[in-house]
Ligand binder design. Structure first.
Ligand SMILES: NC(=O)C1=CN([C@@H]2O[C@H](COP(=O)(O)OP(=O)(O)OC[C@H]3O[C@@H](n4cnc5c(N)ncnc54)[C@H](OP(=O)(O)O)[C@@H]3O)[C@@H](O)[C@H]2O)C=CC1
Ligand SMILES: O=C1OC[C@@H](O)[C@H](O)[C@H]1O
Length: 384
């Protein structure tokens, strides 16, 4: 019955006459994430359309377009650029492998398109800075798609922390770890050349949420532990940070948690734990809160459990984090104030922290040329 109401609601919203011309999106690549992150959310947004898709193979693009009801198709070696150059398109969704984010976002911005860019923004902080500078210089919207930040659950956790009810934050722990077998061999996440690795993929969320919940950025990387999937590819990374105000934070990211006793499958862990002076908050599933989440607040020996699926004046209980994110993105493109945002500075800082963790561990070094690896292994934490 609930799903019937949801359907009616979606159809009603779809038919509502838009107050302005819809934002027309073009999607770069027939990516697995695009249906969840954009194609489905657009269906309930009266001011957004997924108009075109490009894939390296035209057949693949055609099949994808047919499956998802997308009007226009581009394919072949120039397909991505042709999509970007299509004058009908207002905004590009970039869910290419991480290592291609920078190149194609720069091309899209150069062509005058707004960009919804998948996380992590790029390979490096420098690339991230350049993308945002270009966007700013052209008056275009660029957003790194940290979708969880747009969902009421994350906003509620932040509000509890900022209310002062629990006092100052003392430590945070943010985890994103999935059982082995979900991410298959050959996946872009295990490919160094495409910007793979646990810290880049899941770790970028754990670092982002650490910074968001702590309300501060790390001053140093205290330690890094890792397990490698392949040379230069971390399957698992655990890092500890010092933050201002004597806050200590731990992040854990794992692309393939082995089964317990070699046969009991691991349980996905998407939890955050924020300890404060006068209490603590445990968040179950801060990343995909639409499916299920709980916010357990403990103070003075008492606990309460909260859930947050809507905002006072925005959203429906079935809205995914991606749908809230789309709402904000479209509002920004339309010159309206979004309910929240992930800023340029936030995205650049997130990449700086990712870089600082890789830089701490010599053989995970990404994009650095080091004259003396042994010295690097023992060097002081880089200043962030
Ligand atoms: N926001 C979220 O919740 C999530 C975000 N992501 C992010 O989205 C991005 C894509 O992830 P995902 O959809 O899982 O990945 P996929 O592998 O499904 O999609 C990547 C797309 O990149 C294109 N591509 C272009 N060049 C290459 C290349 N050399 N090798 C491989 N693919 C190439 C392919 O397009 P083509 O069709 O043209 O061949 C493919 O469709 C990543 O940045 C990831 O971090 C991923 C999952 C969840
Ligand atoms: O963005 C993501 O979120 C969910 C994860 O399972 C996935 O690997 C990652 O790319």
């Amino acid at each position: 019955m609930a799903s019937m109401f949801g359907l009616i609601n979606r159809v009603r919203k779809r038919n509502r006459s838009p107050d302005s011309k819809p934002v027309k999106f073009g999607v770069l690549g027939a990516a697995a994430i695009a249906p969840s992150a954009l194609i489905t959310p657009v269906k309930s947004h009266p001011e957004a359309i997924v108009y075109a898709v490009a894939a390296r193979s035209k057949d693949r693009a055609t099949a994808y377009a047919k499956k998802h009801g997308i009007e226009k198709v581009f394919g072949g070696p120039n397909g991505y650029q042709e999509l970007i150059d299509d004058p009908e398109i207002d905004a590009i969704y970039n869910p290419l492998p991480n290592g291609l984010h920078y190149e194609w976002t720069m091309k899209a911005l150069a062509a005058g398109k707004h960009v919804l860019l998948e996380k992590p923004a790029a390979n490096t902080a420098e690339e991230t800075r350049k993308m945002f500078e270009l966007a700013e210089s052209k008056g275009l919207v660029l957003l790194e798609a940290f979708h969880y930040r747009f969902h009421p659950a994350a906003l509620r956790v932040k509000a509890i922390i900022e209310s002062g009810e629990l006092g100052a934050v003392k430590s945070t722990s943010t985890t994103l770890a999935v059982p082995s077998g979900i991410i298959k061999a050959g996946d872009i996440r295990f490919d160094y050349g495409l910007g793979g690795g646990a810290l880049m993929d899941m770790g970028c969320y754990t670092i982002n949420s650490m910074r968001y919940f702590a309300g501060a950025d790390p001053t140093s990387v205290l330690s890094v532990e890792h397990e490698l999937q392949a040379p230069q590819i971390d399957r698992r990374t655990v890092a500890k940070f010092a933050l201002p105000g004597s806050i200590t934070s731990t992040i854990v990211c794992d692309l393939s948690v082995p089964p317990t006793l070699k046969f009991i499958p691991a349980i996905p862990n998407m939890n955050a734990h924020i300890k404060c002076e006068k209490g603590e908050i445990k968040v179950m599933n801060y990343i995909m809160p639409t499916q299920y989440h709980s916010i357990t607040v403990t103070a003075g020996g008492k606990s309460r459990v909260e859930k947050a699926y809507t905002l006072p004046d925005l959203g429906e209980p079935w809205w995914a984090s991606y749908r809230y994110q789309l709402e904000a993105f479209v509002n920004k493109v339309k010159g309206r104030t979004p309910h929240t945002w992930v800023t340029k500075e936030d995205s650049i800082k997130n990449m700086e922290v990712i870089e600082s963790v890789y830089a701490k561990v010599h053989f995970l070094l990404r994009f650095y040329e080091l004259p003396n690896i042994a010295a690097e292994w023992t060097r002081e934490s880089p200043e962030i």
